[in-house]
Every structure is written in structure tokens, then in C-alpha cells.
Design a binder for this molecule. Structure first.
Ligand SMILES: *Cc1c(COP(=O)(O)O)cnc(C)c1O
Length: 399
């Protein structure tokens, strides 16, 4: 058999994670559901239980072939070797932190971290487990980060670009510093997905909300933790199982199905996203567009150096003279954009972020009210026409 890792991304998405000849020729895997796994003897039972932290069929909670096929495919997409699927992206974030942190440890979290992760850090890690949590400016250089290290620092957590505010991080430089000091480097790589290869840049554990582009159809909630080493995989898998983490096989199956079209969706949405982002950038009502692939955007140099593409999620900052109520009215006037959380599906979304950004190490002020846009699979010219009509509301006197 040729080495499948030599195949291009598009080819691997089509060929990996398939059941081979085990399903009488059907291309897609069967959907396995179940709790009890029967074994032929008491001895087999004792032997099997020893392997419950392996990718082994011992009990439903420990995963079945549907989970394992998805795990192997995700590990491949991220350039890692092993993966653990959990029930949501947020569960993956939390399990990753819990795998390496305990009473008295210290961790470093970017100020631009996904909001629910901040809540977890504040209420569970700091609030109940006596873990010291420091938030740092996401754009810190290694020289700026070094003074924040303590003798008990165990984890450097990264997310690039940041949630809502899209700051880019110098991942390889920060990860190199962390490694020198023996820290584990965890990264939420949901935005980068395949475009950022975390293990080429010093990351130990890469976290994905598969809910987003991997699922791709706004119909599943799922998360993953991918590792380069077997040791890290065991640490996250054991933690996931100790916490009773389980992912629905139906959602795993749907995500395997979603992944077959990931490459075409991503490429299409990247192009559409850039087209709409450029339209925003040319409008006089707009102060800045927070899209790392635009040459004027903050962090563009890092994106160009480290990423091979961009997804279709970005921010738009309106000039401060447009009050939040007017921006609200603009969003409410959109016909083709839904108002809602999450992203990565086929549908376009607009989400006001003013009033919902918490920052403790940097300023939440972007210079004006900001809206997060997700560009779906609609025709970009239709989306632009819709935005153009809604922009009239920015100038209308409020009713
Ligand atoms: C959505 C999101 C998550 C959480 O994913 P869920 O599956 O919704 O729990 C985590 N990180 C980032 C960056 C996200 O955007």
C-alpha cells in the first residue's frame, strides 16, 4: 500500500477513514451505536479491560469504530498522530486543560480566548481547583511573555486568531519559549483547521470544535483533541474517560460525512469570505476589517508566514459615529444572514460582539462597534447586495 500521507489534502479527505472491505463494499462506514460490548470469555473480558485507554472496543463509553475512524481522520488533517473525540468543542477545551492542570499549578491563557473557556478557567480552574490563571495579551512576544512565567507554570494556551477580535499569535515563537521551560502547549485551532498545522509549530495538543467547518452543516456538536505523541494522547484520553466524556456516534458519523466535502467548502468559503471582506473594507462606514488574510489587517504578516489559507469568519469594526443601536438596526435588516452563535456551516451569519467581549489584560475597545460575520455557501454577490441594502439603516434616523 502506498503511503497515504503523501496524497494531497483533498485526496486524503476522500480516502481516509473508510471501512475498506469490512462492509461488503459499501463506501461509507456503518453507524455503530451501543453501550455493552460482548466478549467470548471471562479471560477476554479481563484482558480487554486493561486496554480501555487504548483505541479498543471494551465498552461503549470508550468509543467504537465510528469514533475511531473519525479520530484517525482528524489526526491526519491536523498533521498529528492520535486524536480523542469528545462531546463538544468546549468539552475538548476543558478536557485539554484538565489533563495537565491540578491544584497549585499555573496556566497562561490569551486574553482573546473563546469566551466559555474563560468562564471555565475562572469558575472551575481558579474558582474550585486553586489553579492560578493569568490572562496575557494575545500579541505578546516571547520576551513579553517570559516575565509571566512562574515556577509552577504548566500550560501555555493559544488561540490564533482570537475569538471575536482576531488577534494573531506568534505560535512558533511562543511555543518555543514554553518548551524551553517545560510547559505543555495547548492550542484551540478551530479557525486554522487544516490551514494551520499546529505540530509543525511546536504545539503539543491541538483542539478543534468540529461543530464548525468539519461538521460543516450546523447540525452536530463535537470536539477533538489531537496530539503528536502517544504520551499526550494517553493523558487527554484518560482525562476524557475519567470525566465520562462521550461523543454521540451519530454526530461522529455526520462529521465523517461532512469531512468528505471539507476541502471544496473551505476553498469556496475562503474565496467568498475574502470577496465580502474586501467589500466591507471599501465602505466608508467601516473603520477596520479584522480578517487576517487582508494585507491591512493586524497580524497579517504572521498569517502569511504560518497559514496556508483562511476560513470565512472575520470581524468588521464600524466607525464610532455609528451607534450600536444603528448597527443593531443594520443587522436586523439583513435578509440572508442569520443572527446566531457558532459558524462553519453552509449559512451566513452576523453576530454583534459589542457588550459581549471580556478582556482583563488588554482593552476590549476596537475603535467602534464590531460585528462578527460568517460567510456561508450563498453566492457572494447576493450577500453583498443584501449587506448594501442593510447598510442604508446605518444612516437612517432611528425610529
Ligand atoms: C465554537 C468554538 C468552540 C466551542 O465549540 P462547541 O462545539 O460549540 O462547544 C471552541 N473554540 C472556538 C474557537 C469556537 O469558535
Amino acid at each position: 500500500m502506498s503511503d497515504q500521507h503523501d496524497d494531497h489534502f483533498a485526496t486524503r479527505l476522500s480516502h481516509l477513514g473508510r471501512p475498506g472491505t469490512r462492509t461488503h463494499g459499501f463506501v461509507n462506514p456503518p453507524l455503530h451505536r451501543g453501550s455493552t460490548v460482548l466478549v467470548p470469555s471471562t479471560a477476554a473480558r479481563r484482558e480487554g479491560w486493561k486496554h480501555r485507554y487504548d483505541q479498543y472496543l471494551s465498552y461503549g463509553l470508550h468509543g467504537n469504530q465510528t469514533h475511531h475512524m473519525l479520530e484517525d481522520l482528524i489526526a491526519d488533517i491536523e498533521g498529528g498522530t492520535r486524536c480523542q473525540i469528545v462531546s463538544s468543542g468546549l468539552a475538548a477545551n476543558c478536557i485539554g486543560l484538565l489533563a495537565y492542570l491540578g491544584h497549585g499549578d499555573h496556566c497562561l491563557i490569551p486574553d482573546s480566548v473563546y469566551g466559555p473557556v474563560r468562564s471555565f478557567c475562572d469558575s472551575v480552574l481558579a474558582g474550585r481547583m486553586a489553579v492560578e490563571v493569568s490572562y496575557y495579551r494575545p500579541d505578546l512576544t516571547p520576551a513579553g511573555l517570559e516575565p509571566l512565567l512562574r515556577p509552577n507554570t504548566r500550560v501555555l494556551y493559544l488561540e490564533s486568531p482570537g475569538s471575536h477580535t482576531f488577534e494573531m499569535q506568534d505560535v512558533p515563537a511562543l511555543a518555543a519559549l514554553a518548551r524551553q521551560h517545560g510547559l505543555k502547549v495547548l492550542m484551540d485551532n478551530t479557525w486554522g483547521l487544516h490551514f494551520f498545522q499546529p505540530f509543525d509549530h511546536g504545539v503539543d495538543v491541538s483542539i478543534q470544535a468540529l461543530t464548525k467547518y468539519a461538521g460543516g452543516h450546523a447540525d452536530v456538536l463535537l470536539g477533538s483533541l489531537t496530539t503528536r505523541t502517544d504520551e499526550d494522547w494517553r493523558a487527554v484520553r484518560q482525562t476524557a474517560l475519567l470525566y465520562g466524556q462521550y461523543a454521540s456516534p451519530d454526530d461522529c458519523w455526520l462529521t465523517l460525512r461532512g469531512l468528505r466535502t471539507l476541502n471544496v467548502r473551505l476553498r469556496h468559503q475562503m474565496a467568498s469570505g475574502l470577496e465580502v471582506a474586501r467589500w466591507f473594507a471599501a465602505r466608508q462606514e467601516v473603520l477596520r476589517v479584522l480578517h487576517p488574510a487582508l494585507p491591512d489587517a493586524p497580524g497579517h504578516g504572521l498569517w502569511k508566514r504560518d497559514f496556508s489559507g483562511a476560513c470565512s469568519l472575520f470581524g468588521v469594526v464600524f466607525r464610532p459615529e455609528f451607534a450600536e443601536a444603528r448597527v443593531d438596526a443594520m443587522i436586523d435588516a439583513l435578509r440572508l444572514f442569520g443572527i446566531g452563535a457558532s459558524w462553519g456551516g453552509f449559512e451566513s451569519l452576523a453576530l454583534p460582539t459589542y457588550g459581549s467581549i471580556t478582556r482583563t489584560a488588554s482593552s476590549p475597545d476596537l475603535g467602534g462597534p464590531a460585528v462578527r460575520f460568517h460567510i456561508g455557501l450563498e453566492e457572494p454577490s447576493d450577500l453583498i447586495a443584501d449587506l448594501a441594502q442593510a447598510f442604508d439603516r446605518l444612516h437612517a434616523r432611528p425610529a
